[in-house]
Write a protein that binds this ligand. Sequence first.
Ligand SMILES: [Zn+2]
Ligand SMILES: [Zn+2]
Length: 293
Amino acid sequence: LFKFEVTILGCSSATPVFNRHPTSQWVNYNNTHFLLDCGEGTQMQITRFGLKASKLSHIFISHLHGDHYLGLMGLISSMNLNGRTADLHIYAPSQLEALMHSHFEISQSHIRFPLFFHNTFPEPKDPEPTHFNSEILLDFPINLKDGPQVEIHSRVLLETKEFSVSTIPLKHSIPCCGFLIKELGVTRNQEGNPRSYAFCSDTRYTPQLQELLFGVATLYHETTFSHSMVNRAEVTYHSTASQAAQLAKDCCAGKLLMGHFSARYKDLNPLLEEAKSIFPDSYLAVEGITFSI
Ligand SMILES: [Zn+2]
Ligand SMILES: [Zn+2]
């Protein structure tokens, strides 16, 4: 069985509190290493947990709220200072490329390794990129409209012989997608399912994801609030522990990892108990823990 595991580097929403850092997760699939989101302080967390940034080959950014990408400038700068020569691929909304180019131009930093940007929200009218070798993405529209008629389209971002990474359309206050990592081939885990990991970063409760995520081995879903704050969750485009657990139950997930906790919760156990009452195989995705998929 190939190694397929995720290490939690950050699990806080919005602001870092109680020693919780903003969102970032490190995935190791058979020694291919990638990051899911890169909140502030991610490079410090990488060092803290004995990981090596030089091993990263792909970074996936769900959306451009600061708690999901502000660690990227620092991480890339350090890679440059450390003499990186290997390719690095970043998958994100296209504005991130402009933002990072501005930063590196203003700071007169010359990135000396090949850095490739891949737009996770391509518009059909977008011209073909000419300044980098983006792979051609499939052109499914992502419909973020509310209601049961919502169309859930997933696009493949990366495919190797061993695994694929595709988008999970999410409902958030700005364009946002999660990532679904699927093992390809015939390797199976103890439960007899092909292994897969769904990362649903920031989103309103979206029961329509049930079909796309059905049978997922491990579902990470944000649980910013307890269900007593379901209205607050709705207006801020976030989810409650109960809602995440309900989705895990409805898509017959193997287990649920909970994260993106609001700064109002010092003790996370009430959130965990709330989720477990609906979906018993729920776990707090707190920093430093490695989960096998
Ligand atoms: Zn967030
Ligand atoms: Zn957000």
